[in-house]
Design a protein around this ligand. Structure first.
Ligand code: PRP
Ligand code: MG
Length: 209
């Protein structure tokens, strides 16, 4: 697991978005700043190969590029909060969607729909799921990717908040998946919400609380 550097700046952003009284617009803007950091860190976990370009002064720059195409897959609904940022970072990037909802009573994830980019089996995948509570939703999404031929090694889970239980479960059931997160929480409460937590990320981001 790769935890974003816990800088004062990052903690200040978390202080805004975790405050129950923050406005919906502020929640969106400040969480998007954290999302940007997560996506940049997630891309940094992918393999690169050497690339050369000619600069405007006619010289060669010895640089790097991704070894294979990259696409994003969001776990709807909360994961959709990361799509716009990724599309601004990599113009034209393919985005797949997997609709998974936790049953309100049992907290078990249910898969309703998925639509993935063509050629995903040969791509690296940024799997966008902001919340890792029990880890059930992320694992259900991973199952969809596996069935589409994506090996776990090619998946980076881009996550906003993780519980120790969720991380432990992912580590056990999907050890090859790399995870980038901005915070590891203390644990889960009786409603399977993370504590201290951020509440329902999807509801707060999309203003449906
Ligand atoms: C929430 C959250 C994660 C999931 C995390 O989704 O957005 O997807 O729960 O919990 P887990 O790790 O225990 O599976 P929810 O089903 O509430 O829907 P939403 O994304 O539409 O808010
Ligand atoms: Mg969800």
């Amino acid at each position: 697991m790769s935890l974003l550097p816990q800088t004062n700046q990052l903690r200040a952003l978390h202080t805004v978005v975790r405050n129950r009284g923050v406005s919906g617009r502020e929640f969106e803007v400040f969480s998007r700043r954290i999302i940007r950091l997560l996506l940049e860190a997630g891309l940094d976990l992918l393999p690169f190969e050497e690339r050369e370009v000619t600069t405007p002064v006619g010289e060669t720059y010895h640089g790097l590029g991704f070894t294979r195409p990259v696409c994003g897959v969001s776990v709807v609904r909360a994961g959709e909060s990361m799509e716009a940022e990724l599309r601004e970072m990599i113009p034209g990037i393919g985005i797949g969607k997997i609709l998974i909802q936790r049953d309100r009573r049992t907290k078990q994830p249910e898969l309703f729909y998925h639509h993935l980019p063509a050629g995903i089996a040969a791509s690296h995948v940024l799997l966008m799921e902001p919340m890792l509570a029990t880890g059930g939703s992320a694992l259900a999404a991973l199952d969809v990717l596996r069935k589409a031929g994506v090996p776990d090694e090619n998946v980076v889970l881009v996550n906003f908040l993780a519980s120790p239980q969720g991380l432990e479960r992912l580590g056990r059931e999907a050890p090859a998946v790399r995870i980038v997160t901005s915070s590891v929480e203390d644990g889960l409460n009786e409603h399977a919400f993370m504590v201290p937590g951020i509440g329902d990320f999807g509801d707060r981001y999309f203003g449906t609380v």
